[in-house]
Design a binder for this molecule. Structure first.
Ligand code: AKG
Ligand code: FE2
Length: 282
């Protein structure tokens, strides 16, 4: 059954992050007021969930396009006549994917502002996804550590999440590496809309803090990666087919649990490009 179009109802899920949005059918044409309410909810709750949705990949793309230009992933398989929609199908490679804390595609100069993920096929149980709030994680650090981090930058490298041995096709991989050289972002990001500060390092892509020695960088990153995933900064979503999660990728991370093998799980994702991350000093 398709979702009903009506007044929006918001149900907060956890103190740090996450809310369910009721009363919107994402497949239907949307007025500006509804879109603005969705944007507002995204900024407030960082990840928002829509249930019982019935979108084709084309409608998924069209909804996502309302929020900005879409990213076409160099690697993931995509829908034939909607290349902006990537297909995450664990069965295709028979290995789990995205089962680490990460922020999407921070290895490019303009990492996504948001990702919109829809569940298409699910295992009988398991396969939940968690999101964490990098603003709450930053606020929980001591003032001296916040001050140190405010002035640092870090490398983000495509190869950390996409090593050649995992994604095969050496030629295509070399081309993607050439087109995606490591990029440097501030370790603390100022959210371009809310002005809030949050950690902007993630275990998916961040390899090295530029201004520190390798030993210092390794230890500090290890601490920050572990800190960011603390349960009190998170929300965990148990999927049903037709659920859609829309997250503000600018100051969040997420983790797709791979606890359901050998069952199949298929998700579709649209990825909305963002701006160049700015730090407190940049
Ligand atoms: O499959 C999931 O639940 C999330 C996968 C993921 O990391 C993503 O779509 O960006
Ligand atoms: Fe992801």
């Amino acid at each position: 059954m398709a979702a009903v179009q009506g007044p929006i109802v918001i149900k907060q899920l956890a103190p740090a992050i996450g809310a369910i949005i009721e009363g919107v059918d994402l497949a239907k044409p949307m007025d500006q007021e509804t879109q603005d309410q969705i944007t507002e909810a995204l900024l407030t709750y960082k990840v928002i969930f829509f249930q019982k949705q019935d979108m084709t990949p084309q409608q998924h793309r069209d909804f996502a396009k309302r929020f900005g230009e879409l990213h076409i992933h160099p690697f993931y398989p995509n829908v034939d006549d909607a290349p902006e929609i990537i297909i995450l199908d664990t069965h295709a490679k028979n290995i789990p994917d995205n089962d680490n804390w990460h922020t999407d595609v921070t290895c490019i100069k303009t990492p996504p502002m948001g990702s919109i993920l829809m569940a298409r096929m699910l295992p009988p149980c398991g396969g939940d996804t968690s999101w964490s709030c990098n603003i709450t994680a930053y606020n929980a650090l001591s003032a001296p550590l916040q001050k140190l981090l405010d002035g640092l930058t870090a490398f983000h490298d495509f190869r950390k999440s996409f090593p050649v041995e995992r994604y095969g096709n050496e030629e295509k991989w070399a081309e993607a590496v050439k087109n995606t050289p490591p990029t440097v972002h501030p370790v603390v990001r100022v959210h371009p809309v809310t002005g809030k500060k949050g950690l902007f390092v993630n275990s998916g892509f961040t390899t090295r803090i530029v201004e520190l020695t390798k030993g210092e960088s390794d230890l500090l990153l290890e601490y920050l990666f572990a800190h960011s995933g603390r349960p009190e900064f998170t929300v965990r979503w148990r999927w049903s087919v037709g659920d859609v999660a829309f997250w503000d990728n600018r100051l969040t991370q997420h983790y797709a649990l791979a606890d359901y093998m050998p069952h199949r799980r298929i998700m579709n994702r649209a990825t909305v490009l963002g701006d160049v991350p700015k730090g407190p000093l940049s």
